[in-house]
Design a protein around this ligand. Sequence first.
Ligand SMILES: [Zn+2]
Length: 128
Amino acid sequence: MLTLGGRKTSQEEVDRFLQEVKAGTPVMPVRFFCEFLKEWAQLYGMPAVEERHPGQNAERRAQAEKFNFTFLQIMKSNFLWRRIYRGEPTRLKPCPIHKGRWSGCNLPEDTECKGACMHGGNVTGWLP
Ligand SMILES: [Zn+2]
């Protein structure tokens, strides 16, 4: 049985994973994909040798900047870390105190909900 973070995977997940591997899907650490995405954004934002239409380079640079902003949010996401590295299911029940809003980092004893919605030091706003 494979594990995903601290959670055991279901047989259905194992079967689906093995099916993908047999089909030739590359298996590599997540950070590799992150590096490829960053590389793509960097190349996308580079000026073309010859613009196909006026303003193309400026448009692409602006798009690359939007991507970089979004990518930074992805890299900072506690939700994605819990989903990708811990295999945690999506939390669907909002904390009655923090109401589904990430509320910074803190110690459980220093939060009003006593850490009920926390993961590590993050006050996720959602109950596990
Ligand atoms: Zn809370």
